[in-house]
Ligand binder design. Structure first.
Ligand code: NI
Length: 139
């Protein structure tokens, strides 16, 4: 099995807030991340496809095509946006890195597998919120 990864970046604002809980609970649980006027991150997104190379091209996935799918499905919708307010497929979720990686995975899976070699799968989506904090979805 070969694993191929495309790494990309976006900047976005968010707020961690559970509207079903009182303000006091939110402030205690989320701290600075609960600030009502939002805060931003320089996110790094890594999308990994796993499979065998296509016998004609030698590619598991053409990285130019993968770049375009990630841009269309995730980056163009999230970059310089507010993740709580602006992104259709994130509506109703608390935009923690954990929830974001699963939402990105589901948004990417079908399109990524269409452009990959026969039998290849979207393997994982990893999101760095900071250099030190990373979440990965790998079902
Ligand atoms: Ni944050």
């Amino acid at each position: 099995m070969i694993y191929v990864t495309r790494k990309t970046h976006f900047n976005a604002a968010h707020r961690l807030h559970n509207p079903d809980k009182p303000d006091e609970w939110n402030e205690k649980v989320f701290g600075k991340c609960n600030h009502p006027n939002w805060h931003g991150h320089n996110y790094v997104l890594e999308v990994t496809v796993a499979g065998e190379p296509d016998p004609d091209t030698g590619y598991v996935v053409d990285l130019g095509s993968l770049k375009k799918v990630i841009e269309d499905r995730v980056i163009n919708k999230c970059d310089h946006r507010n993740l709580n307010l602006d992104v259709d497929f994130l509506a109703g979720i608390i935009p923690t890195s954990e929830n974001l990686v699963r939402a990105f995975f589901l948004e990417l899976k079908n399109e990524v597998e269409k452009i990959s070699s026969a039998g290849s799968k979207l393997h994982s989506v990893r999101l760095y919120e900071t250099e030190r904090n990373v979440a990965e979805y790998r079902p």
